[in-house]
Design a protein around this ligand. Structure first.
Ligand SMILES: [Zn+2]
Ligand SMILES: [Zn+2]
Length: 257
C-alpha cells in the first residue's frame, strides 16, 4: 500500500478542505495518510486527530515543530501527552532542530526537543524527527535522551550516508520526500540506493517541496506517487514491490493497523 507518511493538510494550506485533498490522493492509489499535527498552538494537532477519528485511512501525530519551540509550556505539554493516548495518534512529532530559519533560539529548540523525546518515551510512541542544518546536535540529542527506546522516522531526509547510518542504528527509519526527485540531490540519491529495504518510507511533506514533475506547485498527498516512483527507479526496484514493501515498513514502524 502506498502511504504518505508525512503530510500537512490544515485548512490554512488547503482552503478547499482536507477531504478534497485526500480524495485526489485516493484516486491515484494512495492508501493511507499520516497527518502531522504541529503549529503555533494545538489547533493543527486537534484537526489531525479529528480527521483520524473520522477517516479510516488517516492517522495523526501531535508535537511542536522546532520553529515553534518557544510556544511550548507545561499546559501544552500536558495536552500533547493526553492526546498521545488516542488510539489513532501514531507518533509524537514532528519535533527536532531547524538551524536554517532559527525562528526559535537554538537553546530553546534543544530543550523542547529533549522534553518531547522524554514525553514520547513516557507514552511509548515513535518520534517523527525534523532536522535541518543541525545533523550533529540532532543525532547527539537522540542518543543522549535514549530515543532508541521508541525509535521513529527521520522525515524529509536531506542528509548524507554517515548521518543515515547513525540514525538507522538508533532505530530511526529514513523517509524520502520530493527532494529525492531533484537532479542535484546526489547525497540523497546515494542513500536511496543504499538504504536497507526494510528501513525506508516515502512522504510528501505537503504543502512544501513538490516532487518533479510537479515542482513549484503546492504539494499535496497525491504527489507521493512521483516520489515513490523515483526512489524505486533509483534502487532498480519494481514499483509495485517497492510500494508494498514501504507500506509494510510504515505500518510496522508507526503501528498502523
Ligand atoms: Zn519537517
Ligand atoms: Zn512536516
Amino acid at each position: 500500500m502506498l502511504i504518505d507518511t508525512h503530510c500537512h493538510v490544515d485548512p490554512g494550506y488547503f482552503p478547499e478542505g482536507a477531504d478534497a485533498v485526500l480524495d485526489r490522493a485516493r484516486a491515484v492509489g494512495v492508501g493511507a495518510f499520516v497527518v502531522i499535527g504541529v503549529g503555533e498552538d494545538l489547533g493543527p494537532a486537534k484537526f489531525a486527530a479529528e480527521l483520524a477519528d473520522r477517516l479510516p485511512d488517516v492517522w495523526s501525530t501531535a508535537g511542536v515543530h522546532p520553529h515553534d519551540a518557544i510556544v511550548l509550556d507545561d499546559a501544552m505539554e500536558a495536552e500533547i501527552e493526553r492526546m498521545a493516548a488516542l488510539p489513532r495518534l501514531c507518533a509524537i512529532g514532528e519535533i527536532g532542530l531547524d538551524y536554517h530559519y532559527m525562528r526559535s533560539p537554538k537553546e530553546k529548540q534543544q530543550e523542547v526537543f529533549r522534553r518531547l523525546i522524554a514525553l514520547a518515551v513516557r507514552v511509548n510512541k515513535p518520534i517523527v524527527v525534523h532536522t535541518r542544518e543541525a545533523p550533529e546536535d540532532t543525532l547527539n540529542i537522540l542518543e543522549e535522551e535514549g530515543a532508541s527506546r521508541v525509535g521513529g522516522i527521520i522525515h524529509c531526509f536531506s542528509e548524507d550516508r554517515p548521518f543515515a547510518e547513525r540514525a538507522l542504528k538508533l532505530g530511526f527509519d529514513i523517509s524520502f520526500s520530493g527532494i529525492v526527485t531533484f537532479k542535484n540531490a546526489k547525497a540523497i540519491h546515494d542513500v536511496a540506493v543504499w538504504a536497507p529495504a526494510d528501513r525506508i518510507l516515502v512522504e510528501t511533506d505537503s504543502p512544501y517541496l513538490a516532487p518533479i514533475p510537479m515542482r513549484g506547485k503546492r504539494c499535496e498527498p497525491a504527489y507521493v506517487v512521483h516520489t515513490a516512483r523515483r526512489v524505486a527507479e533509483l534502487r532498480g526496484d519494481d514499483f509495485d514491490a517497492f510500494v508494498a514493501r514501504t507500506g509494510e515498513n510504515a505500518k510496522r514502524r508507526l503501528g498502523l493497523a
